[in-house]
Structure formats: C-alpha cells, structure tokens
Design a protein around this ligand. Structure first.
Ligand code: BES
Ligand code: MN
Ligand code: ZN
Length: 484
C-alpha cells in the first residue's frame, strides 16, 4: 500500500473517495467546512437532523452529484476530547471509514479533517481495509493500493506506515491456516519478509534444541510430525554494550490440546495460538524499519501441540532448561512449558528486561473479556512502563495480581511445580505464576493476549480473525526503552 501526504485540497482531491473526520462535538474542521459549503450545507443538515451524530467511529457514506472531484465522501465521527485515548480513537475511526470503503474496489482513498494521532489513523486505515478473506472467491474487503493523509507530517506518515505494515503482517501470519503455518514455515516466512532489514536471525532446530537442553519445548512438540524450532531475531540499533530488550512470544502454531484433547468448538480457532510469536516478529519489523536507536532481541518458541503415539503424557516430569522440574497434569497447558525454555534462553543471552506475549489462558478471557489483555509482573516500575505504552499506543490492558498466596497452587508432590493451578480458579494468574519461576530476578512483564489477539467476528473497524493487537504497544515501549 502506497502511503503519502494529500497534496490537493479536499475539493480538488482526485482520489476515489475522501474521508472527512467530524468531531463528536460537531465543530467542523476547515476541511469539513469546505466540503459542507461545496455540498450546500449538507453536512450541517445531517448533523442538525440527527441523521449523523459524529459519535466515535460512526460513518455516513455520501455520493454527491457535484461539488467535489472525488465521487464519494465518507464522514466519520471522531471523539472531540479523546484524552489519553488519542491513538485508539484515531485508529478505530480511520479503520471504520476504511473498512466501509473497502467493501468495493477503490484504488485511492484520501483522509481529511484531523485525527488526534495521525500515525495511529494511518495504521488503522491500513488494517481496516485488509481482511481475512484470502481464500474467498467473493472478497468482502478490497485493500486500497494508495492512501493519502492531510494534516500529517512525513514522520507521522512513516511511523503509521511501519505500524500498519507490521500489524497487517502479524494478522496475516496468525490468519494463515495451520496446514500452511507450522514451526518450519513460520521461520521461512519471517526470514523472507525480514530479509531486507538489519535483523540477524538465528534458528535452533530440534537437534540443536536437544543439545541446548530445551526439553520442555521438545516435550510439547514430540506429538507432531512438524518438529519444533526456536527462532531468534537480533536488532542492534544502539551501541554494542547498550542493554538489550528481550521480547518473547508463544508460537504454538496449532493447539489441539494434545492428549488432554480440546473439544471441537475449542479447537477451531487454535491456529491463533502463535499470535504471541507473530506479534513479536511484527514489532521487530516496525522497530527495524523505523531504525529505533535501541537493542532488541526476540525469541519465538515454535511448536505444534498434537496427538500421536509419541505425545508427551500426563504424569510426565519434564526437566526444563532452567533446571526446574515440572509434572505434567494437563497437556493443554502447553504454552507455559514452551515459554519456560524460551524465557530461559532469552535470560541466558543477557537481556536486561523481558516482555512475553502469549495466548496463554481461556481464564484470562473469563476475567477480562475478549478485548482486554491481562498483564502480570514481578517488577512494578517495568510494568508501569508497559501499561503507559499500551495507553499511548491504544491497546487495552489491565494488570492482575501476583500475590505469593498463589504460589502453592502450582506445587506438585513429585516435581518442583506442576503445569496447571488448583482447579480452574485464577487460571490466568497461576499460569503467570508458573512463568515467573523462569525469569529469575530480571524485570519481566507477561501479557496474556488470548482474548484480543483473535476474534471470531468482525467489528466496525476491523475484519474478524487476527487483530495485530500489541504490535503498536511493543513499538511504543521500545521507543520508551531507548530513552531511559
Ligand atoms: N491456547 C490455549 C489458551 C486459549 C484459549 C487461547 C482460548 C485463546 C483462546 C492454552 O494453551 C490452553 O489450552 N490453556 C488452558 C489451560 C488449562 C488446561 C490449565 C485453558 O485456558 O483452558
Ligand atoms: Mn493449550
Ligand atoms: Zn495453547
């Protein structure tokens, strides 16, 4: 998608469609005034008659017969006083307008009227016009080939484009069918897409994982015909001896549950179980594209959780890479096992701070709903930086407690710990408590994205399927990290 600054005035703009942001307090921007005037006061009339309220992300599609060079106009409501929600408001409003217009083939769409966070609007428009219908003959969405933005600096355009490309790449990786997306093909795709960027990749195959004592990753992957992989990406935008930020992603390319097999309804969407890994590689792409002055390494534990005569079993004791023994009580609690070894590798490579992202528990969705990620930490100041980044970037997140009273819930009579809690209560927290054992005293935040990373339905600003959530937050956090 070509992204550029709108060079013509809104009335002369020769795009296939123009989008005009209308503030929810109904005060018209200069561009909106111009269009209103050219259309004989139509916008003001729509507002006065309550045919269009300009409430957040509401839209109104017009085909004026004269007055504008473009054949189609979309009015989109934008919250007049977004407070600290500027990024989310901008992304959703621009996304809603783009998604509406993408219902028919249009090559160029131009955005006027101002969005409080222009880069987020660019990202939202790129995501909004792109869907999950790769395999449909009858497309529901037709991505534009060109997007233009008025009131946007070159820097904001570049930032928005890098974010939009990363979000859409993350979405495409997650949306790919699990027959096509398995540990080996994930690695191939990532290496292909990142080839032109200053990122060094390193891959441990099953044989290497064995010599590196990653027995938890190998245990989970043993039931699959597709061997596991550990993918590492290194970006060095700062001095050699500057600290390294570590990003870790759960990359279960399909989660059948293993011998603790999931029922069909619960298994249908389990291609989404590599969303943590996809988010981390998407963020790395944007970070390198934007040449952020920071050192970042990403670690993706990639496995397929399957059933076979050689599957890992309930009652097995896994000797993890960190030296902690784990009794397996449920093979469907596989993500924490994969992350245990992956976190330990990141730690042993000397990162200074850790963030992990994982579609880890259904319990997190019970606690927070489908749209909000759960956040867990062993160090509040680092967690506060992540939460502030999530607000700035427009991702929903909420911290849950890590009280020591939860520790006993993962104790095992035969090993150091077990891989589930005591019953299902507090399941998102006991999963985080498990991970905490593997990060030592490094500042660490765990983000459970099971809800927001994937949706079985479409919304006003985004098609169903993968959302690309938390790519913007990771980029914002990386910028913050670089200036500490
Ligand atoms: N990948 C799932 C969690 C999940 C559920 C992600 C729904 C997205 C949507 C994870 O591996 C899992 O199966 N967790 C179990 C843990 C339980 C066995 C302790 C769960 O949440 O039921
Ligand atoms: Mn599972
Ligand atoms: Zn899983």
């Amino acid at each position: 998608m070509k992204i550029s600054a709108a060079r013509q005035s809104v009335l002369e703009c020769s795009a296939d469609a123009v989008v005009i942001a209308i503030r929810s307090d109904q005060r018209l921007s200069p561009a909106a005034e111009q269009v209103d005037h050219a259309l004989g006061g139509l916008i003001q009339r729509l507002l006065d008659d309550d045919d269009f309220s300009a409430a957040h992300a509401t839209t109104c599609l017009l085909y004026p017969s004269a007055g504008l060079a473009a054949d189609c106009v979309v009015l989109v409501g934008i919250e007049a006083s977004p407070g600290d929600q500027a990024a989310r408001i901008s992304r959703e409003a621009a996304g809603a307008a783009a998604k509406l217009l993408a219902g028919r083939q249009r090559s160029c769409v131009a955005f006027f009227g101002s969005f409080p966070d222009p880069a987020a609007a660019v990202c939202g428009a790129m995501a909004g016009c792109t869907g999950q219908d790769l395999f449909r003959r009858d497309k529901k969405l037709f991505p534009f080939s060109e997007l233009q933005f008025a009131d946007c600096t070159p820097d904001q355009l570049a930032h928005g484009q890098a974010l939009g490309e990363a979000v859409n790449w993350t979405r495409a990786l997650v949306n790919a069918p699990p027959a096509d997306m398995y540990p080996g093909s994930f690695v191939d795709q990532v290496q292909q897409v990142l080839a032109g960027l200053p990122i060094q990749t390193e891959v441990w195959d099953a044989e290497r994982l064995a010599t590196k004592r990653c027995r938890a990753i190998l245990a989970v992957g043993r039931g699959s015909a597709r061997p596991p992989q550990l993918l590492m990406l290194h970006y060095r935008g700062a001095a050699k001896d500057a600290p390294v930020l570590g990003l870790v992603g759960k990359g279960v390319t399909f989660d059948s549950g293993g011998l603790s097999l999931k029922p069909s309804e619960g298994m249908l969407d389990m291609k989404c179980d590599m969303a943590g890994a996809a988010t981390v590689v998407g963020a790395m792409q944007a970070i390198a594209q934007l040449k952020l002055p920071v050192n970042v390494s990403a670690y993706c534990g990639l496995v397929e959780n399957m059933v076979s005569g050689d599957s890992y079993k309930l009652g097995d004791v896994i000797h993890t890479r960190a030296g902690i023994t784990v009794e397996v009580h449920n093979t469907d609690a596989e993500g924490r096992l994969v992350l245990a070894d992956t976190l330990d590798v990141a730690k042993s490579q000397g990162v200074s701070h850790l963030i992990d992202l994982a579609t880890l528990t259904g319990a997190c969705m019970v606690a927070l709903g489908r749209s909000v990620s759960g956040v867990f930490t062993n160090q509040q100041t680092w967690c506060d930086e992540l939460l502030a980044s999530a607000t700035v970037a427009g991702d929903w997140a909420w911290q849950l407690p890590m009280f020591s009273l939860y520790d006993e819930l993962i104790s095992s009579p035969v090993a150091d710990i077990k891989n589930v809690g005591d019953g299902r209560w507090g399941g998102a927290i006991t999963a985080a408590k498990f991970l905490e054992r593997f990060v030592g005293d490094l500042p660490w935040v765990h983000v459970d994205i099971a809800g927001p990373s994937f949706s079985d339905r479409s919304c006003k600003w985004l098609d169903g399927g993968a959302s690309g959530c938390f790519v913007p937050t990771l980029v914002a956090l990386t910028q913050r990290y670089s200036t500490r």
